[in-house]
Design a protein around this ligand. Structure first.
Ligand code: NAD
Length: 499
Protein backbone atom coordinates (compact mmCIF):
# COMPACT_ATOMS: atom_id res chain seq x y z
CA UNK A 1 0.00 0.00 0.00
CA UNK A 2 2.72 2.44 1.05
CA UNK A 3 4.75 1.64 -2.10
CA UNK A 4 1.78 1.37 -4.44
CA UNK A 5 1.66 3.50 -7.56
CA UNK A 6 -1.64 5.10 -6.38
CA UNK A 7 0.07 6.14 -3.16
CA UNK A 8 2.97 7.72 -5.08
CA UNK A 9 0.46 9.88 -6.93
CA UNK A 10 -1.45 10.71 -3.75
CA UNK A 11 1.71 11.77 -1.89
CA UNK A 12 2.83 13.91 -4.83
CA UNK A 13 -0.56 15.64 -4.83
CA UNK A 14 -0.23 16.33 -1.09
CA UNK A 15 3.31 17.65 -1.50
CA UNK A 16 2.13 19.94 -4.29
CA UNK A 17 -0.66 21.32 -2.11
CA UNK A 18 1.87 21.89 0.67
CA UNK A 19 4.13 23.77 -1.79
CA UNK A 20 1.25 26.05 -2.70
CA UNK A 21 0.42 26.63 0.95
CA UNK A 22 4.03 27.43 1.85
CA UNK A 23 5.92 28.19 -1.37
CA UNK A 24 9.07 29.74 0.09
CA UNK A 25 10.41 28.29 3.36
CA UNK A 26 12.48 30.92 5.13
CA UNK A 27 16.16 30.48 6.00
CA UNK A 28 15.26 29.71 9.61
CA UNK A 29 12.91 26.85 8.61
CA UNK A 30 15.39 25.35 6.18
CA UNK A 31 18.18 25.48 8.74
CA UNK A 32 15.98 23.81 11.34
CA UNK A 33 15.16 20.97 8.93
CA UNK A 34 18.84 20.43 8.11
CA UNK A 35 19.87 20.44 11.77
CA UNK A 36 17.21 17.85 12.55
CA UNK A 37 18.51 15.58 9.78
CA UNK A 38 22.04 15.96 11.10
CA UNK A 39 21.00 15.09 14.62
CA UNK A 40 18.98 12.08 13.40
CA UNK A 41 21.93 10.78 11.33
CA UNK A 42 24.00 10.74 14.49
CA UNK A 43 21.22 9.03 16.48
CA UNK A 44 20.53 6.43 13.79
CA UNK A 45 24.15 5.76 12.74
CA UNK A 46 24.33 2.25 14.23
CA UNK A 47 20.94 1.18 12.91
CA UNK A 48 21.68 2.56 9.44
CA UNK A 49 25.07 0.83 9.34
CA UNK A 50 23.54 -2.48 10.49
CA UNK A 51 20.76 -2.26 7.90
CA UNK A 52 23.20 -1.51 5.06
CA UNK A 53 25.40 -4.39 6.19
CA UNK A 54 22.37 -6.73 6.15
CA UNK A 55 21.45 -5.57 2.65
CA UNK A 56 24.95 -6.35 1.38
CA UNK A 57 25.31 -9.61 3.29
CA UNK A 58 28.23 -7.91 5.02
CA UNK A 59 29.48 -4.37 4.73
CA UNK A 60 32.26 -2.55 6.54
CA UNK A 61 30.77 -0.66 9.49
CA UNK A 62 33.44 2.01 9.25
CA UNK A 63 32.76 2.59 5.54
CA UNK A 64 29.00 2.66 6.17
CA UNK A 65 29.44 5.33 8.80
CA UNK A 66 32.14 7.29 7.04
CA UNK A 67 30.45 7.52 3.68
CA UNK A 68 26.74 7.06 4.19
CA UNK A 69 26.39 8.86 7.54
CA UNK A 70 29.33 11.22 8.07
CA UNK A 71 29.44 12.51 4.50
CA UNK A 72 25.82 13.79 4.56
CA UNK A 73 26.50 15.26 8.02
CA UNK A 74 29.44 17.22 6.58
CA UNK A 75 27.27 18.23 3.64
CA UNK A 76 24.75 19.67 6.10
CA UNK A 77 27.51 21.60 7.93
CA UNK A 78 28.59 23.07 4.63
CA UNK A 79 25.01 23.96 3.67
CA UNK A 80 24.35 25.57 7.08
CA UNK A 81 27.47 27.70 6.70
CA UNK A 82 26.56 28.85 3.18
CA UNK A 83 22.79 28.79 2.93
CA UNK A 84 22.21 32.48 3.70
CA UNK A 85 24.58 33.43 0.87
CA UNK A 86 23.14 30.86 -1.57
CA UNK A 87 19.57 32.04 -0.92
CA UNK A 88 20.34 35.74 -1.23
CA UNK A 89 18.97 37.26 -4.44
CA UNK A 90 21.85 38.15 -6.73
CA UNK A 91 22.05 41.68 -8.02
CA UNK A 92 22.82 41.81 -11.75
CA UNK A 93 23.68 44.60 -14.17
CA UNK A 94 21.04 45.88 -16.54
CA UNK A 95 22.02 46.47 -20.16
CA UNK A 96 23.02 50.09 -20.42
CA UNK A 97 19.99 50.94 -22.52
CA UNK A 98 17.98 50.07 -19.41
CA UNK A 99 20.18 51.85 -16.88
CA UNK A 100 18.28 53.24 -13.90
CA UNK A 101 16.18 50.07 -13.60
CA UNK A 102 17.27 47.22 -11.34
CA UNK A 103 17.91 43.56 -12.14
CA UNK A 104 18.39 40.52 -9.93
CA UNK A 105 18.09 36.74 -9.83
CA UNK A 106 15.86 35.27 -7.13
CA UNK A 107 16.45 31.61 -6.19
CA UNK A 108 13.01 30.12 -5.84
CA UNK A 109 12.35 26.53 -4.68
CA UNK A 110 11.44 24.38 -7.68
CA UNK A 111 8.68 22.52 -5.80
CA UNK A 112 8.71 18.73 -5.44
CA UNK A 113 11.98 16.94 -6.16
CA UNK A 114 11.95 13.20 -6.93
CA UNK A 115 15.11 11.34 -5.87
CA UNK A 116 15.93 7.85 -7.21
CA UNK A 117 18.84 6.12 -5.44
CA UNK A 118 21.13 3.24 -6.39
CA UNK A 119 22.03 0.47 -3.91
CA UNK A 120 25.78 0.89 -3.45
CA UNK A 121 25.67 3.84 -1.02
CA UNK A 122 21.94 3.72 -0.36
CA UNK A 123 21.78 6.33 2.39
CA UNK A 124 24.02 8.98 0.90
CA UNK A 125 22.41 8.69 -2.53
CA UNK A 126 18.99 9.31 -0.96
CA UNK A 127 19.83 11.72 1.84
CA UNK A 128 22.48 13.72 -0.06
CA UNK A 129 20.14 15.02 -2.79
CA UNK A 130 17.40 15.40 -0.15
CA UNK A 131 19.62 17.69 1.95
CA UNK A 132 20.27 19.96 -1.01
CA UNK A 133 16.61 19.85 -2.07
CA UNK A 134 15.51 20.90 1.45
CA UNK A 135 18.22 23.59 1.56
CA UNK A 136 16.75 24.97 -1.66
CA UNK A 137 13.27 24.98 -0.04
CA UNK A 138 11.77 22.00 -1.88
CA UNK A 139 9.76 18.99 -0.82
CA UNK A 140 11.15 15.56 -1.55
CA UNK A 141 9.99 12.09 -2.55
CA UNK A 142 12.66 9.37 -2.47
CA UNK A 143 12.58 6.03 -4.30
CA UNK A 144 15.14 3.60 -2.87
CA UNK A 145 16.67 0.68 -4.76
CA UNK A 146 15.05 -2.75 -4.67
CA UNK A 147 18.47 -4.07 -3.52
CA UNK A 148 18.40 -2.14 -0.24
CA UNK A 149 15.10 -2.99 1.52
CA UNK A 150 16.49 -2.91 5.08
CA UNK A 151 18.20 0.44 4.58
CA UNK A 152 14.91 1.70 3.12
CA UNK A 153 12.99 0.62 6.23
CA UNK A 154 15.36 2.36 8.67
CA UNK A 155 15.66 5.50 6.58
CA UNK A 156 11.90 5.69 6.20
CA UNK A 157 11.48 5.42 9.98
CA UNK A 158 14.15 8.06 10.61
CA UNK A 159 12.75 10.58 8.17
CA UNK A 160 9.13 9.94 9.23
CA UNK A 161 10.17 10.99 12.74
CA UNK A 162 11.36 14.33 11.39
CA UNK A 163 9.04 15.27 8.56
CA UNK A 164 5.39 14.94 7.63
CA UNK A 165 4.83 12.96 4.43
CA UNK A 166 3.93 16.15 2.59
CA UNK A 167 7.52 17.34 3.12
CA UNK A 168 9.65 14.18 2.80
CA UNK A 169 8.46 10.68 1.86
CA UNK A 170 10.46 7.49 1.28
CA UNK A 171 9.36 4.62 -0.99
CA UNK A 172 10.66 1.12 -1.57
CA UNK A 173 9.36 -1.42 -4.05
CA UNK A 174 10.68 -2.90 -7.28
CA UNK A 175 11.56 -1.64 -10.71
CA UNK A 176 7.89 -1.22 -11.72
CA UNK A 177 7.47 1.25 -8.82
CA UNK A 178 10.67 3.02 -9.92
CA UNK A 179 9.30 3.31 -13.47
CA UNK A 180 6.02 4.77 -12.23
CA UNK A 181 7.97 7.11 -9.93
CA UNK A 182 10.11 8.42 -12.82
CA UNK A 183 7.01 9.16 -14.86
CA UNK A 184 5.46 11.43 -12.19
CA UNK A 185 5.36 15.15 -13.01
CA UNK A 186 8.03 16.23 -10.53
CA UNK A 187 9.60 19.66 -10.69
CA UNK A 188 13.04 18.03 -10.81
CA UNK A 189 14.40 14.48 -10.71
CA UNK A 190 17.77 13.50 -9.25
CA UNK A 191 18.70 10.01 -10.40
CA UNK A 192 21.71 7.97 -9.31
CA UNK A 193 22.36 4.80 -11.28
CA UNK A 194 23.61 3.36 -14.53
CA UNK A 195 23.81 5.21 -17.86
CA UNK A 196 21.36 2.68 -19.37
CA UNK A 197 18.64 3.39 -16.79
CA UNK A 198 19.58 7.10 -16.87
CA UNK A 199 18.33 7.15 -20.48
CA UNK A 200 15.03 5.58 -19.35
CA UNK A 201 14.68 8.23 -16.66
CA UNK A 202 15.33 11.04 -19.12
CA UNK A 203 12.80 9.56 -21.52
CA UNK A 204 10.15 9.32 -18.79
CA UNK A 205 10.93 12.82 -17.50
CA UNK A 206 10.70 14.31 -20.98
CA UNK A 207 6.98 13.50 -21.11
CA UNK A 208 6.51 16.05 -18.29
CA UNK A 209 9.40 18.34 -19.31
CA UNK A 210 10.86 17.59 -15.89
CA UNK A 211 14.50 18.67 -15.61
CA UNK A 212 16.91 15.96 -14.50
CA UNK A 213 20.19 15.60 -12.68
CA UNK A 214 21.72 12.27 -13.66
CA UNK A 215 24.50 10.89 -11.48
CA UNK A 216 25.70 8.00 -13.61
CA UNK A 217 28.79 5.83 -13.85
CA UNK A 218 31.36 4.69 -16.36
CA UNK A 219 34.91 3.45 -16.63
CA UNK A 220 37.06 5.85 -14.60
CA UNK A 221 40.72 5.54 -15.60
CA UNK A 222 43.76 5.83 -13.32
CA UNK A 223 46.82 7.03 -15.19
CA UNK A 224 50.09 5.96 -13.59
CA UNK A 225 52.65 8.24 -15.24
CA UNK A 226 56.35 7.36 -15.53
CA UNK A 227 57.05 9.99 -12.85
CA UNK A 228 54.69 8.28 -10.36
CA UNK A 229 55.76 6.70 -7.11
CA UNK A 230 54.63 3.17 -8.04
CA UNK A 231 54.10 1.95 -4.48
CA UNK A 232 51.99 4.99 -3.55
CA UNK A 233 49.94 4.79 -6.77
CA UNK A 234 49.35 1.04 -6.31
CA UNK A 235 48.29 1.57 -2.65
CA UNK A 236 45.81 4.26 -3.62
CA UNK A 237 44.30 2.27 -6.50
CA UNK A 238 44.09 -0.87 -4.33
CA UNK A 239 42.22 1.22 -1.73
CA UNK A 240 39.80 2.31 -4.48
CA UNK A 241 39.06 -1.37 -5.21
CA UNK A 242 38.94 -2.42 -1.53
CA UNK A 243 36.56 0.36 -0.48
CA UNK A 244 33.03 -1.10 -0.64
CA UNK A 245 34.72 -3.92 -2.64
CA UNK A 246 35.05 -1.59 -5.63
CA UNK A 247 31.28 -1.00 -5.73
CA UNK A 248 31.67 2.76 -5.97
CA UNK A 249 30.84 4.93 -8.96
CA UNK A 250 34.19 6.75 -8.68
CA UNK A 251 36.35 3.67 -8.00
CA UNK A 252 39.29 3.52 -10.42
CA UNK A 253 37.93 1.16 -13.07
CA UNK A 254 41.22 0.34 -14.82
CA UNK A 255 44.85 1.47 -14.62
CA UNK A 256 47.03 2.73 -17.47
CA UNK A 257 50.60 1.80 -16.52
CA UNK A 258 53.94 2.15 -18.42
CA UNK A 259 54.69 -1.24 -19.96
CA UNK A 260 58.04 -1.72 -18.22
CA UNK A 261 56.53 -0.94 -14.80
CA UNK A 262 53.49 -3.25 -14.94
CA UNK A 263 55.22 -6.05 -13.05
CA UNK A 264 56.31 -3.73 -10.23
CA UNK A 265 52.85 -2.15 -10.15
CA UNK A 266 51.07 -5.52 -9.84
CA UNK A 267 53.43 -6.66 -7.06
CA UNK A 268 52.92 -3.38 -5.17
CA UNK A 269 49.13 -3.51 -5.60
CA UNK A 270 48.93 -7.12 -4.35
CA UNK A 271 51.03 -6.24 -1.33
CA UNK A 272 49.03 -3.05 -0.60
CA UNK A 273 45.70 -4.91 -0.81
CA UNK A 274 46.95 -7.69 1.45
CA UNK A 275 48.11 -5.17 4.04
CA UNK A 276 44.68 -3.51 4.06
CA UNK A 277 42.65 -6.74 3.86
CA UNK A 278 44.80 -9.66 5.01
CA UNK A 279 41.90 -12.09 5.36
CA UNK A 280 38.96 -11.13 3.12
CA UNK A 281 36.71 -14.05 4.07
CA UNK A 282 36.68 -13.39 7.81
CA UNK A 283 37.29 -9.65 7.84
CA UNK A 284 34.10 -7.91 9.07
CA UNK A 285 35.44 -4.70 7.50
CA UNK A 286 35.66 -6.18 3.99
CA UNK A 287 32.41 -5.72 2.09
CA UNK A 288 30.69 -8.48 0.12
CA UNK A 289 29.49 -8.26 -3.45
CA UNK A 290 25.98 -6.93 -2.89
CA UNK A 291 23.87 -9.77 -4.29
CA UNK A 292 24.07 -13.17 -5.99
CA UNK A 293 23.24 -11.48 -9.29
CA UNK A 294 26.19 -9.09 -8.96
CA UNK A 295 28.51 -11.92 -7.77
CA UNK A 296 27.59 -14.06 -10.78
CA UNK A 297 28.54 -11.18 -13.04
CA UNK A 298 31.97 -10.76 -11.34
CA UNK A 299 32.84 -14.43 -11.93
CA UNK A 300 31.53 -14.33 -15.50
CA UNK A 301 33.67 -11.27 -16.26
CA UNK A 302 36.79 -13.04 -14.93
CA UNK A 303 35.99 -16.23 -16.88
CA UNK A 304 35.51 -14.20 -20.06
CA UNK A 305 38.88 -12.43 -19.57
CA UNK A 306 40.71 -15.71 -18.86
CA UNK A 307 39.14 -17.37 -21.90
CA UNK A 308 40.42 -14.51 -24.08
CA UNK A 309 44.00 -14.85 -22.80
CA UNK A 310 44.22 -12.57 -19.75
CA UNK A 311 46.25 -13.31 -16.65
CA UNK A 312 44.32 -12.91 -13.39
CA UNK A 313 46.23 -12.29 -10.15
CA UNK A 314 44.08 -12.65 -7.04
CA UNK A 315 45.15 -10.47 -4.12
CA UNK A 316 43.95 -12.96 -1.53
CA UNK A 317 41.59 -15.83 -0.95
CA UNK A 318 37.88 -15.27 -1.40
CA UNK A 319 35.02 -17.67 -0.74
CA UNK A 320 34.43 -18.37 -4.41
CA UNK A 321 31.23 -16.36 -4.50
CA UNK A 322 30.35 -13.04 -2.80
CA UNK A 323 33.64 -12.38 -0.99
CA UNK A 324 36.01 -11.35 -3.76
CA UNK A 325 39.44 -9.83 -3.04
CA UNK A 326 40.92 -7.50 -5.66
CA UNK A 327 41.56 -9.33 -8.95
CA UNK A 328 44.29 -7.75 -11.07
CA UNK A 329 43.98 -8.57 -14.76
CA UNK A 330 46.93 -8.15 -17.13
CA UNK A 331 47.36 -8.95 -20.85
CA UNK A 332 43.97 -7.41 -21.47
CA UNK A 333 42.50 -6.92 -24.93
CA UNK A 334 39.68 -4.59 -26.02
CA UNK A 335 37.31 -7.49 -26.81
CA UNK A 336 37.17 -8.57 -23.15
CA UNK A 337 33.98 -7.65 -21.29
CA UNK A 338 36.09 -6.10 -18.51
CA UNK A 339 37.26 -3.50 -21.03
CA UNK A 340 33.79 -2.84 -22.41
CA UNK A 341 31.55 -2.62 -19.33
CA UNK A 342 31.76 -0.49 -16.20
CA UNK A 343 33.16 -2.93 -13.61
CA UNK A 344 31.75 -1.66 -10.30
CA UNK A 345 33.55 -4.45 -8.42
CA UNK A 346 37.09 -5.38 -7.24
CA UNK A 347 38.43 -6.35 -10.68
CA UNK A 348 41.34 -4.15 -11.82
CA UNK A 349 42.42 -4.40 -15.48
CA UNK A 350 45.91 -3.05 -16.13
CA UNK A 351 46.49 -1.63 -19.59
CA UNK A 352 49.99 -0.96 -20.93
CA UNK A 353 50.43 2.72 -21.75
CA UNK A 354 53.77 4.15 -22.83
CA UNK A 355 53.09 7.88 -22.86
CA UNK A 356 50.57 10.44 -21.70
CA UNK A 357 49.55 11.04 -25.31
CA UNK A 358 48.73 7.36 -25.70
CA UNK A 359 46.75 7.46 -22.43
CA UNK A 360 44.80 10.51 -23.53
CA UNK A 361 44.03 8.91 -26.90
CA UNK A 362 42.82 5.77 -25.12
CA UNK A 363 40.54 7.68 -22.75
CA UNK A 364 39.13 10.15 -25.25
CA UNK A 365 38.26 7.39 -27.73
CA UNK A 366 35.79 6.05 -25.12
CA UNK A 367 32.70 7.45 -23.39
CA UNK A 368 33.47 10.28 -20.97
CA UNK A 369 34.25 8.91 -17.49
CA UNK A 370 32.88 10.06 -14.14
CA UNK A 371 36.34 10.40 -12.59
CA UNK A 372 39.90 10.67 -13.78
CA UNK A 373 42.97 9.93 -11.67
CA UNK A 374 46.54 10.91 -12.33
CA UNK A 375 49.53 9.63 -10.41
CA UNK A 376 52.71 11.52 -11.17
CA UNK A 377 54.50 14.77 -10.58
CA UNK A 378 54.55 16.66 -13.88
CA UNK A 379 52.60 19.91 -13.68
CA UNK A 380 52.31 20.18 -17.47
CA UNK A 381 50.76 16.69 -17.64
CA UNK A 382 48.24 17.60 -14.93
CA UNK A 383 47.35 20.78 -16.78
CA UNK A 384 46.80 18.84 -20.02
CA UNK A 385 44.45 16.43 -18.28
CA UNK A 386 42.58 19.30 -16.60
CA UNK A 387 42.03 21.03 -19.92
CA UNK A 388 41.98 18.41 -22.63
CA UNK A 389 40.27 15.35 -21.18
CA UNK A 390 36.57 15.33 -20.34
CA UNK A 391 35.68 13.64 -17.06
CA UNK A 392 33.20 14.46 -14.31
CA UNK A 393 35.96 15.27 -11.81
CA UNK A 394 39.58 14.59 -11.08
CA UNK A 395 41.88 13.84 -8.16
CA UNK A 396 45.63 14.03 -8.56
CA UNK A 397 47.78 11.47 -6.72
CA UNK A 398 44.87 9.70 -5.07
CA UNK A 399 41.33 8.60 -5.87
CA UNK A 400 37.86 9.97 -5.07
CA UNK A 401 38.76 12.79 -2.67
CA UNK A 402 37.43 15.50 -4.98
CA UNK A 403 33.98 14.03 -4.27
CA UNK A 404 34.19 14.84 -0.57
CA UNK A 405 34.69 18.60 -0.86
CA UNK A 406 31.51 20.44 0.08
CA UNK A 407 32.29 23.41 -2.11
CA UNK A 408 32.95 21.40 -5.28
CA UNK A 409 30.20 20.20 -7.59
CA UNK A 410 30.29 16.48 -8.25
CA UNK A 411 28.75 15.04 -11.38
CA UNK A 412 29.44 13.45 -14.70
CA UNK A 413 29.70 14.58 -18.28
CA UNK A 414 28.37 12.86 -21.40
CA UNK A 415 27.79 9.18 -20.64
CA UNK A 416 28.67 9.66 -16.95
CA UNK A 417 25.90 12.11 -16.17
CA UNK A 418 24.27 15.50 -16.32
CA UNK A 419 24.44 18.18 -13.62
CA UNK A 420 25.23 17.94 -9.94
CA UNK A 421 23.35 18.16 -6.66
CA UNK A 422 26.37 19.17 -4.57
CA UNK A 423 28.02 22.45 -3.70
CA UNK A 424 26.72 25.83 -4.83
CA UNK A 425 25.96 24.31 -8.24
CA UNK A 426 23.67 21.79 -6.52
CA UNK A 427 21.73 24.53 -4.74
CA UNK A 428 21.22 26.28 -8.06
CA UNK A 429 20.23 23.09 -9.89
CA UNK A 430 17.45 22.51 -7.36
CA UNK A 431 16.30 26.14 -7.40
CA UNK A 432 14.74 28.14 -10.17
CA UNK A 433 16.90 31.19 -10.85
CA UNK A 434 14.18 33.65 -11.66
CA UNK A 435 15.17 36.86 -13.48
CA UNK A 436 13.46 39.89 -12.02
CA UNK A 437 13.68 43.29 -13.69
CA UNK A 438 12.14 46.17 -11.79
CA UNK A 439 11.17 49.07 -14.03
CA UNK A 440 11.47 52.47 -12.40
CA UNK A 441 8.66 54.95 -12.78
CA UNK A 442 10.88 57.59 -14.35
CA UNK A 443 12.30 55.26 -17.04
CA UNK A 444 11.20 56.63 -20.48
CA UNK A 445 9.48 53.42 -21.60
CA UNK A 446 7.32 55.40 -24.02
CA UNK A 447 10.35 55.54 -26.34
CA UNK A 448 9.87 51.81 -27.08
CA UNK A 449 6.15 52.00 -27.80
CA UNK A 450 4.34 52.82 -31.05
CA UNK A 451 3.83 54.89 -33.01
CA UNK A 452 7.37 54.02 -34.14
CA UNK A 453 9.76 56.11 -36.13
CA UNK A 454 10.28 59.07 -33.83
CA UNK A 455 13.65 60.79 -34.00
CA UNK A 456 14.82 59.27 -30.75
CA UNK A 457 13.81 55.77 -31.86
CA UNK A 458 15.69 56.23 -35.14
CA UNK A 459 18.72 57.46 -33.22
CA UNK A 460 18.66 54.46 -30.85
CA UNK A 461 18.28 52.05 -33.73
CA UNK A 462 21.19 53.66 -35.58
CA UNK A 463 23.34 53.66 -32.48
CA UNK A 464 22.88 49.91 -31.93
CA UNK A 465 22.45 48.56 -35.46
CA UNK A 466 24.30 51.05 -37.61
CA UNK A 467 23.16 51.94 -41.12
CA UNK A 468 22.05 49.17 -43.52
CA UNK A 469 24.66 50.45 -46.00
CA UNK A 470 28.04 49.54 -44.44
CA UNK A 471 29.74 52.39 -46.35
CA UNK A 472 27.81 54.91 -44.27
CA UNK A 473 28.79 53.39 -40.92
CA UNK A 474 31.35 54.83 -38.59
CA UNK A 475 34.29 52.37 -38.62
CA UNK A 476 34.27 50.01 -35.65
CA UNK A 477 37.19 50.81 -33.42
CA UNK A 478 37.43 47.10 -32.44
CA UNK A 479 37.42 45.89 -36.05
CA UNK A 480 40.72 44.06 -35.93
CA UNK A 481 39.93 42.40 -32.62
CA UNK A 482 36.52 41.26 -33.91
CA UNK A 483 38.06 39.40 -36.81
CA UNK A 484 39.18 35.82 -36.38
CA UNK A 485 42.90 35.14 -36.54
CA UNK A 486 44.25 34.93 -40.05
CA UNK A 487 41.51 37.07 -41.55
CA UNK A 488 43.00 39.40 -44.09
CA UNK A 489 40.63 42.33 -44.67
CA UNK A 490 42.50 43.61 -47.74
CA UNK A 491 42.04 40.28 -49.55
CA UNK A 492 38.37 40.30 -48.64
CA UNK A 493 37.89 43.87 -49.92
CA UNK A 494 39.67 43.13 -53.22
CA UNK A 495 37.61 40.04 -53.95
CA UNK A 496 34.41 41.91 -53.12
CA UNK A 497 35.33 44.63 -55.61
CA UNK A 498 36.23 42.16 -58.36
CA UNK A 499 32.86 40.37 -58.23
P1 NAD B 1 20.51 0.99 -11.83
O1 NAD B 1 20.57 2.00 -12.92
O2 NAD B 1 20.25 -0.41 -12.19
O3 NAD B 1 19.38 1.39 -10.76
C1 NAD B 1 19.35 2.65 -10.13
C2 NAD B 1 17.95 2.93 -9.59
O4 NAD B 1 17.06 3.00 -10.69
C3 NAD B 1 17.39 1.86 -8.66
O5 NAD B 1 16.72 2.49 -7.61
C4 NAD B 1 16.41 1.09 -9.53
O6 NAD B 1 15.33 0.60 -8.80
C5 NAD B 1 15.94 2.17 -10.47
N1 NAD B 1 15.50 1.67 -11.78
C6 NAD B 1 15.91 0.55 -12.42
N2 NAD B 1 15.31 0.47 -13.61
C7 NAD B 1 14.52 1.57 -13.74
C8 NAD B 1 13.65 2.07 -14.76
N3 NAD B 1 13.47 1.41 -15.90
N4 NAD B 1 13.01 3.25 -14.54
C9 NAD B 1 13.18 3.92 -13.40
N5 NAD B 1 14.00 3.50 -12.41
C10 NAD B 1 14.66 2.34 -12.57
O7 NAD B 1 21.89 1.15 -11.06
P2 NAD B 1 22.43 0.35 -9.81
O8 NAD B 1 22.79 -1.03 -10.21
O9 NAD B 1 21.49 0.52 -8.66
O10 NAD B 1 23.76 1.18 -9.49
C11 NAD B 1 24.94 1.01 -10.21
C12 NAD B 1 25.17 2.15 -11.18
O11 NAD B 1 24.99 3.40 -10.52
C13 NAD B 1 26.59 2.18 -11.70
O12 NAD B 1 26.58 2.51 -13.06
C14 NAD B 1 27.25 3.28 -10.90
O13 NAD B 1 28.36 3.88 -11.50
C15 NAD B 1 26.11 4.25 -10.76
N6 NAD B 1 26.31 5.14 -9.62
C16 NAD B 1 26.56 6.45 -9.85
C17 NAD B 1 26.79 7.31 -8.77
C18 NAD B 1 27.09 8.77 -8.97
O14 NAD B 1 27.02 9.52 -8.01
N7 NAD B 1 27.42 9.20 -10.17
C19 NAD B 1 26.73 6.81 -7.48
C20 NAD B 1 26.45 5.47 -7.30
C21 NAD B 1 26.23 4.62 -8.38
Amino acid sequence: MKDSIENLRAVLARQRDACLASPYPELRQRRRALKEVREALSRYQDRLAAAMSDDFGRRSEFECKMLDVMFPALQIDHALANLRRWMKPQKRHTDWLFLSNSAKVVYQPKGVVGVIAAWNFPVVEAVGPMIMALAAGNRVMIKMSEFSPRSTAVLREMLAELFPEDQVAVFGGGVEVAQAFASLPFDHIVFTGSPAVGKEIMRAASANLTPVTLELGGKSPAIVAPSANIAAAARSIAHGKAFNAGQACVAPDYALVPRERIEAFVAAAVSAFQQMVPNPVDDPEYTCIASDRHAKRVHELLDDARAKGATVTSCGTGNGWRVVPMQIVTNVTPDMRIMQEELFNPILPVVACDSLDEGIRYITARPRPLALYYYGTHANEIKRLERDVHAGGMTVNDWAWHVFQGDLPFGGTGNSGIGSWRGPEGFRALSHGKSVLRMRRWFPIGLFRPPYGTRVQRLISKLFLGHPDPALNIPCSYENECEPHGYDSTVQETSREST
